[in-house]
Design a protein around this ligand. Structure first.
Ligand SMILES: *Cc1c(COP(=O)(O)O)cnc(C)c1O
Length: 408
């Protein structure tokens, strides 16, 4: 980067020598910068809700396997075998019931919402939305010109809405974990909605597990599609969606795919079924993300699988909630303890304490991404307690917050 500073831009430009023809700008005196001693800092300062902490071993896997895998064809055995190991590893981790298949495609959960509106909703969807992510999927089905307007049950941020049985609805959808607010919802077929069976027109249950899968327990038989992106508990890069699909969901994909509905090829779930079964994707995936994902899935299964992961995230998030409840200036944002997420903990601060200043001070010390979801607009910190995060690092983070607040 030598020589890069010749033309000042951004911050450097603001620090250019003063123009002598203008009076100097008056600034308030700088308050004493807050300093956190190194020994108090978490060993790893990444607490973001996605992209999120990537373990060093995952990066090591890239270095170790780079020669054999990176830069090679995704249609040849080495990459296809790796995709196969990801699919079987995820089926093991998620304890997929007989007949459930792990499918994948490009574009992340956001792209999956459009693919699902095209390829999984027959006529009408019903959504429970309690934050940004759930609302985005609801908007996708609601606006689709070939579907009836969706029924949308929504609730205030920090609380939880639920789906209810309704005639004429063939897809029910909600997020397992609403990452924008830190509210977690049970994954259970709603009362009065029969399990979708192959050969019948029952309703499908689609659960957005983007920030839950890999860090929370689930009984997949309560869902027909449990889908996610890999940059949260799976600690990899974004850009892919993956999901566990029931036989009834795959049958729906095939039915709609054979109908006269126009579906763009890149969003066609029929193509995802066909390619995934061959351990491929329709178009070229990011190989580095697949390598890191495979390493994380293997690690999760070796550590003890879903039960181990769920216990670990619960331990970490309990540290945050217990700290907030005991604190004089912080409270858990989600009022009902049973709605509090085990993977994304949100904490509100009293007006007297500026959460943004805490986040900025942490950031200056390399402890990053604890800012609240940008559109929520609260005096809050949001701490991801994903499986890759060490519970000891969460404790260290909380001690740092206390130290900062003392000095603010
Ligand atoms: C992060 C997130 C998404 C969006 O994932 P992308 O991979 O960016 O599309 C969707 N839903 C939930 C619950 C999320 O946490």
């Amino acid at each position: 980067m030598a020589g890069g500073a010749q033309w000042p831009t951004g911050h450097a430009a603001q620090c250019a020598p003063p123009n002598p023809s203008r009076p100097p700008v008056r600034r308030p005196p700088l308050s004493r910068p807050i300093s956190i001693p190194d020994h108090m800092l978490p060993a790893d300062g990444r607490f973001g809700s996605g992209p999120s902490k990537v373990r060093e071993d995952q990066v090591g896997a890239l270095a170790r396997q780079g020669r054999n895998l990176l830069g090679t064809s995704h249609r040849q055995a080495p990459i296809k075998d790796m995709v196969g190991r990801i699919r079987t590893g995820l089926a093991e981790f998620l304890q997929a019931p007989d007949g459930y298949e792990i499918l994948l495609g490009l574009g992340g959960a956001t792209t999956f919402w459009d693919a699902a509106a095209f390829g999984l909703v027959q006529e009408k969807a019903q959504h429970a939305t309690f934050g940004e992510f759930g609302a985005k999927f609801a908007s996708a089905t609601n606006k689709a010109p070939f579907l009836a307007p969706s029924t949308i049950h929504s609730s205030e941020p920090g609380t939880r809405a639920e789906v209810v049985a309704e005639d004429g609805v063939d897809v029910y959808a909600w997020p397992h974990n609403e990452t924008s607010t830190g509210v977690m919802a049970p994954v259970k077929r709603p009362d009065g909605v029969d399990r979708a069976q192959v050969g019948t027109n029952g309703a499908l249950i689609l659960v957005d597990a983007t920030s839950a899968a890999g860090g929370a327990a689930v009984d997949l038989s309560e869902t027909d599609v449990y889908y996610f992106s890999p940059q949260k508990n799976f600690a990899s890069d974004g850009g892919l969606w993956l999901g566990a699909f029931s036989p009834a969901a795959i049958e729906r994909i095939e039915q709609i795919g054979a109908s006269d509905r126009w579906i763009p090829e890149s969003l066609a779930l029929t193509a995802a079924v066909e390619n995934s079964r061959k351990n491929q994707t329709l178009n070229t995936p990011g190989l580095a993300g697949l390598v890191m994902l495979e390493d994380q899935v293997r690690w999760l299964n070796e550590q003890g699988g879903m039960a181990w992961a769920a216990a670990r995230t619960k331990q970490s998030s309990d540290l945050v909630y217990a700290w907030a409840e005991a604190s004089e200036f912080a409270t858990p944002f989600v009022a009902r303890p049973e709605d509090r997420s085990t993977v994304v903990a949100t904490v509100d601060f009293d007006d007297a304490v500026d959460a943004a200043a805490i986040a900025a001070t942490l950031r200056a010390h390399g402890v990053v991404d604890v800012e609240p979801y940008r559109k929520l607009g609260r005096n809050q910190l949001r701490i991801a307690t994903f499986t890759a995060v060490e519970p000891d690092d969460v404790s260290a983070l909380l001690a740092c917050v206390d130290l900062i607040v003392e000095q603010l």
